[in-house]
Design a protein around this ligand. Structure first.
Ligand code: PNS
Length: 173
């Protein structure tokens, strides 16, 4: 069997239990899995810096020997070649993810035919979960248990509260 090095790219702002579910599945399938945090230019202000996201992902994956965490800038396909990776791992939750994921996978293939995109489904209980929803629930004071690891939950709450104070001068309710 070929040696498969896969890249799992994303924003991970913050890492969710859905991401971790996919990382565990990927680590069983691939020889090596690199979780790669992208500098995402389109998404506006982020909750956590790249270094903070990396630190949280490292803490959450430290028991997985074939998983490492990295950051990258620029095109994903260029990063794949730089890392000798032959696969990109992406999660598909619902049919609504499919159109964007298909566009990205086909465009990446056009730019770099040596890299295949592999889609995996997270466990069903994470099919409605996203980092964006986690950020929104945290801002509005909702419960995050079961959505992100405990350590991440605390950091999300602290960061959201700090951002709220610096934007409004008031404490979150
Ligand atoms: O977690 P996200 O935000 O859905 O991840 C999107 C990501 C980072 C995988 C995507 O935006 C990406 O690959 N960015 C790197 C720049 C790039 O290669 N863009 C062209 C994609 S066809």
């Amino acid at each position: 069997m070929k040696n498969i090095i896969a890249i799992y790219p994303g924003s991970f702002d913050p890492v969710t239990n859905g991401h971790l579910d996919l990382i565990h599945r990927g680590s069983k399938l691939f020889d090596k899995l690199i979780v790669a945090i992208a500098q995402n230019l389109d998404k506006g202000e982020s909750l956590f810096s790249m270094a903070e996201r990396k630190e949280m992902l490292e803490a959450m994956t430290e028991e997985l020997d074939n998983v490492s965490v990295d950051t990258f800038e620029g095109l994903l396909v260029n990063y794949c070649i730089q890392k000798n990776a032959n696969a990109v791992l992406r999660g598909i939750r619902a049919i609504s993810d499919y159109e964007f994921e298909l566009q990205m996978a086909l465009m990446n293939r056009k730019m770099e035919p040596r890299v295949e995109t592999i889609f995996m489904m997270p466990a069903q209980q994470y099919s409605y979960l996203s980092s964006r929803i986690v950020r929104e629930i945290a801002k509005l004071g909702g419960a995050l248990d079961g959505l992100v690891p405990e350590m991440v939950e605390q950091r999300v709450r602290d960061r959201v509260a700090r951002k709220h104070i610096s934007a409004t001068g008031k404490h979150l309710l």
